[in-house]
Design a protein around this ligand. Structure first.
Ligand code: FES
Ligand SMILES: [Fe+2]
Length: 300
């Protein structure tokens, strides 16, 4: 019989809101800890209890603060100096919880972007969201946005005729304009403008204007070596629509966008990564993209 050592697998994390036992649901501060207790390895997220601003392990009752400090051992006179749970720096921004992972525990290099539209008047209250588990890597997802020729073959649309992509520090910034036949909105062709920002490989923020104004956020979370959790959320500007009209508009719009996202899945799930691809003059700025992406890796 083998003892269960999960060290060779992907990491697991436990997310909790401090004060979840005393504040109304959803208002406590978000904390992310390594899931396995530093004592004897119980999973803090399975049976653990939030106590004020801390979480109590279900196995022997050790209690940890949101930054991992051991606050109490109910049966010990002294807390060992190395009794710490690994904590991931975390933030909550526009209704989204973020955690920063660095294999050498380096501090966050950048903050999540603000989304000023969120929770302002005339914008949809909450994200309409979708999630998938896909067999791919986050780097493949962002590469897709600068890979122009695939728009035609995979998404049945012309690549944006006007486009400007810049790789600046930890961000990709892009602006594009295209005319797309929008089948879900009476089939009326409309000029769509897209402004995108990708801070790092784990997320992208896109603002669309055309038949409506929307903000789309995508989150790409690697789960293990082969699997990625992908999230996609949309908020839209009401522009005089009633709540029901808005809900119907966002549903049609987001379903259409989600279908476009799904069109890439069979390619991503079955492709290999070519580190020295054969490119031609019509390809997008793939080499620039890859140079940019390399800043998010460290020597193992
Ligand atoms: S394993 Fe968590 S307190 Fe013992
Ligand atoms: Fe694509």
């Amino acid at each position: 019989m083998e003892l269960r050592d999960r060290s060779g697998r992907g990491r697991e994390a436990t997310l909790f809101r401090s004060g979840a036992d005393r504040v109304p649901r959803g208002l406590g501060e978000v904390h992310v800890l390594d899931a396995f207790c530093p004592h004897l390895g119980a999973h803090l997220g399975v049976g653990g209890k939030v106590v004020g601003d801390s979480i109590r392990c279900p196995f022997h009752g050790w209690r940890f603060s949101g930054d991992g400090e051991c606050l109490e051992i109910p049966y010990a006179k002294r807390i060992p100096g190395n009794a710490r749970a690994d904590a991931y720096p975390s933030r909550e921004q526009a209704g989204l919880a973020w955690a920063w992972y660095h294999p050498q525990r380096a501090k966050p290099r950048f903050e999540p972007l603000e989304i000023p539209e969120y929770h302002t008047e005339d914008w949809a209250e909450e994200w309409t969201h979708y999630a998938w588990m896909i067999q791919t890597h986050p780097q493949e997802v962002a590469e897709n946005s600068v890979d122009w020729p695939h728009f035609h073959t995979v998404h049945m649309m012309e690549p944006p005729p006007e486009r400007d992509v810049r790789f600046e520090g930890h961000e990709i910034r892009c602006e594009a304009a295209t005319r797309k036949q929008v089948t879900t909105m009476d089939g009326v062709p409309d000029e769509i403008r897209v402004i995108g920002r990708n801070p790092g490989l784990g997320t992208s923020y896109v603002r669309y204007s055309g038949m409506g104004e929307t903000v789309i956020i995508m989150g790409m979370t690697p789960i293990d070596n082969d699997t990625m959790h992908m999230r996609f959320g949309v908020i839209g500007k009401k522009d005089g629509r009633t709540d029901e009209e808005m809900a119907a508009f966002i549903k049609l719009y987001a379903d259409d966008m989600a279908l476009a996202v799904e069109q890439d899945f069979p390619i991503w799930e079955n492709k290999v990564y070519r580190s020295t691809p054969n490119l031609c003059d019509g390809d997008g700025p793939v080499p620039d993209y890859r140079r940019w992406a390399s800043q998010f890796y460290v020597e193992s």
